[in-house]
Write a protein that binds this ligand. Structure first.
Ligand code: SF4
Length: 249
């Protein structure tokens, strides 16, 4: 079994409550969504770029598609050079490759790694197939007013409920732009409470300026929306993408 990866590298986790930890990122190609603020190349690329020595900016190109053993070997090689707290499985949409993950993740777990999944949070069937190998889920809940795509709340609620049912640590990432619809935001907060419980951690991530949009939210908007979400879910933080401030991978 083979897959398409775009990048393997070690860096600082720049988002969410684990910000500042050292993670080894394994970035999968392809995505089923088209968020207007997307900062990732989601095309299938011919090669995966691997920064074998972190921070050098020197990348080796490895031809795609890659086998489970090839990917596991590259992870071992990069991990041997630095102490990573977790392996961050990211994309694109890594759950589109759930059959590949079903082979790779048991190998990584057997070697003692903590698996951190970053996902759009709308592919519950695929999550279920690999959930036993996941330690932390960083779950995006997408607002149509922000992504400029159709709403996908029912899939999000199913996904979140699965994390709770299987007792997997989960937090919600809500990317908000200046165009955020407040009614939709409240609906999301209520849905999170119902599917995940009142103690669910919500991280509001202010949208970073991207190629197709500069609708960055103002401080005033963020204060207002944090208060609105907190009226439903008390555990809500505002955390920007810190790795972008440092111009890191
Ligand atoms: S889900 Fe993530 S990778 Fe896919 S289009 Fe949206 S921001 Fe980009």
């Amino acid at each position: 079994m083979k897959t398409y990866l775009s990048e393997i590298f070690s860096s600082i986790q720049g988002e969410g409550p684990y910000v500042g930890e050292r993670h080894l990122f394994v970035r999968f190609c392809a995505c089923h969504r088209k968020c207007v603020y997307c900062d990732t190349n989601t095309e299938l690329s011919d090669c995966c770029i691997v920064e074998k020595t972190p921070g050098t900016g020197e990348f080796e190109q490895i031809k795609n598609p890659m086998s489970v053993e090839q990917v596991a070997d590259l992870i071992r090689e990069v991990d041997a050079k630095t102490r990573n707290n977790r392996i961050s499985i990211t994309g694109g949409a890594p759950l589109l490759q759930s059959r590949f993950l079903l082979k790779l993740l048991p190998v990584l777990k057997a070697e003692g790694h903590n698996i951190y999944l970053e996902a759009a949070g709308d592919l519950p069937k695929e999550l279920k197939s690999v959930i036993e190998f996941i330690d932390v889920v960083a779950m995006d809940i997408k607002l149509a007013s922000v992504t400029e795509e159709k709403a996908t709340f029912p899939a999000h609620w199913e996904f979140l409920k699965l994390c709770r049912d299987y007792n997997v640590e989960v937090f919600i990432k809500l990317v908000l732009s200046a165009n955020t619809n407040e009614g939709e935001l409240i609906e999301a907060a209520k849905g999170i409470k119902k599917a995940g419980g009142e103690d669910t951690l919500v991280v509001i991530q202010p949208m970073t300026k991207a190629e197709k949009t500069d609708a960055v939210p103002s401080g005033q908007q963020l204060f207002r929306w944090q208060d609105k979400v907190a009226s439903v879910l008390p555990n809500v933080r505002v955390i920007p993408q810190t790795h972008k401030m440092l111009e890191m991978l």
